[in-house]
Structure formats: structure tokens, C-alpha cells
Design a protein around this ligand. Structure first.
Ligand code: SF4
Length: 214
């Protein structure tokens, strides 16, 4: 029997050959970048977990902190500060002193995939780490998934069918004993096209706050 996966993969996790090759390519070109699985960031006693898709090549793959250094992080962290789930100032670098409050951020796939598109086999390979991360959060009550890949993987990590909570912005249900709220991903594409507005995104976290007990 294989031992249970840890909540954080090893820095040189070998499980996805394509992503390992991409990691090696990025390490060769940019030895000063993080270039490894992006570790989860935030409060180990969090009641809220936010799950993104995967590190962006020049975002978390470069800086080593989820959603840090690329466009998506600006909207995410500014929204979390407004919603009281973060404090400090987001300055797009891991040493900016920003703290998450009652909140943790992780990714469904921990290594940067080419074109931000992981393969189904890579999602499956990384899912045990996601399941372990969720299980490690003993106070967890609410999960916000950013986009469909995240939603499907969180549901599968919880042993549910991928459609147990429907897709779409603002879809909500219960899975594995947690409230699950799905949001469109805060990507540059979604925000530039108006598919996701700052008000729509903030409403997700207002709702997450309302689902917390006490
Ligand atoms: S994506 Fe996950 S399973 Fe695949 S190599 Fe990276 S850490 Fe390992």
C-alpha cells in the first residue's frame, strides 16, 4: 500500500514528466526563479481554502507564492484584503509582508503547466496532494474554487463526482462536509473581457464569509 501523500509535494516531485521537463527548462533559463511546485500559502488554522488552477509561469512559478507576481494576484489579494481574509499590502513579491487571515490558498496542480493547461493525467497525479492539503485543515468550513479545473479536482479530491457542484460563476453546494463556492478564475482574460468584474469576485468572498460559522 502506498503511503498517504503529504499536503505539500517535494520540491523535485517527479510524477508528471511533461511538467518536470518544463520545470527543468525554466530552471535552465531562469535559475533565480522558484521553478518548483508552488507551496500553499496562508493560515494552517484557516476556515476558508481558495483553490486555483496551477502556478503561472511568471507568477507563482517565478516567485514561489501562489498568485504572486502575475496579473491574477492583484485582483485576488486586493479582494481578500477588502473581505478581511488578508492584511497588509500586496506588492507582488513573497516578502511583501502580506498575511492571510483565516484563509489559505493552494492550487489544484502545483507545477506550472505550459500554456496554463494541465493534462488530465497531471491533474490526477497532483490530486493526492490537494486531498491531503484539504484534510490537513482541521478548521476548514468553506472552499472557493477558481474555475472549472479547480472545481472538478476539489470535488474528486473529496471523493465526489466532478458534477456534484455545478460549474459557473457563483454555483454553490456542499461536498465532503464543506460549503463549496465556485468562481470564475481571476485571470487577465476573464477580467479584461468583463466576464469577471471586481464586484462579482468580491461577492464570492462576501458569501464565503457568510457561510462561516460564528
Ligand atoms: S504537478 Fe503535482 S504531481 Fe505533478 S510533478 Fe508537480 S507536484 Fe508532482
Amino acid at each position: 500500500m502506498r503511503p498517504p501523500a503529504p499536503a505539500e509535494p517535494p520540491r523535485d516531485c517527479p510524477l508528471c514528466p511533461r511538467l518536470v521537463a518544463y520545470r527543468a527548462e525554466n530552471r535552465a533559463k531562469h535559475p533565480d526563479w522558484w521553478n518548483g511546485p508552488a507551496p500553499s500559502f496562508g493560515d494552517p488554522a484557516a476556515r476558508l481554502l481558495i483553490v486555483g488552477l496551477a502556478p503561472g509561469r511568471t507568477g507563482a512559478n517565478r516567485t514561489g507564492r501562489p498568485f504572486t507576481g502575475d496579473f491574477a494576484g492583484v485582483l485576488l489579494y486586493e479582494t481578500l484584503i477588502r473581505a478581511g481574509f488578508a492584511r497588509g499590502t500586496y506588492a507582488a513579491r513573497p516578502d511583501d509582508g502580506l498575511e492571510l487571515v483565516d484563509c489559505m490558498i493552494s492550487n489544484a496542480v502545483r507545477c506550472a503547466p505550459p500554456g496554463n493547461r494541465p493534462l488530465p493525467a497531471e491533474e490526477a497525479a497532483c490530486r493526492p496532494f490537494l486531498a491531503a492539503r484539504i484534510a490537513s485543515l482541521k478548521s476548514l468550513e468553506v472552499i472557493v474554487t477558481l474555475g472549472d479545473v479547480s472545481r472538478r479536482n476539489v470535488l474528486r479530491a473529496l471523493g465526489e463526482k466532478a458534477g456534484a457542484v455545478p460549474g459557473g460563476h457563483g454555483a454553490e453546494g456542499r461536498a465532503g462536509g464543506y460549503a463549496l463556492i465556485n468562481s470564475y478564475h481571476c485571470s487577465r482574460l476573464n477580467t479584461n473581457t468583463g466576464r469577471l468584474t471586481p464586484a462579482m469576485f468580491e461577492a464570492v468572498f462576501t458569501r464565503a464569509r457568510a457561510r462561516l460559522k460564528g
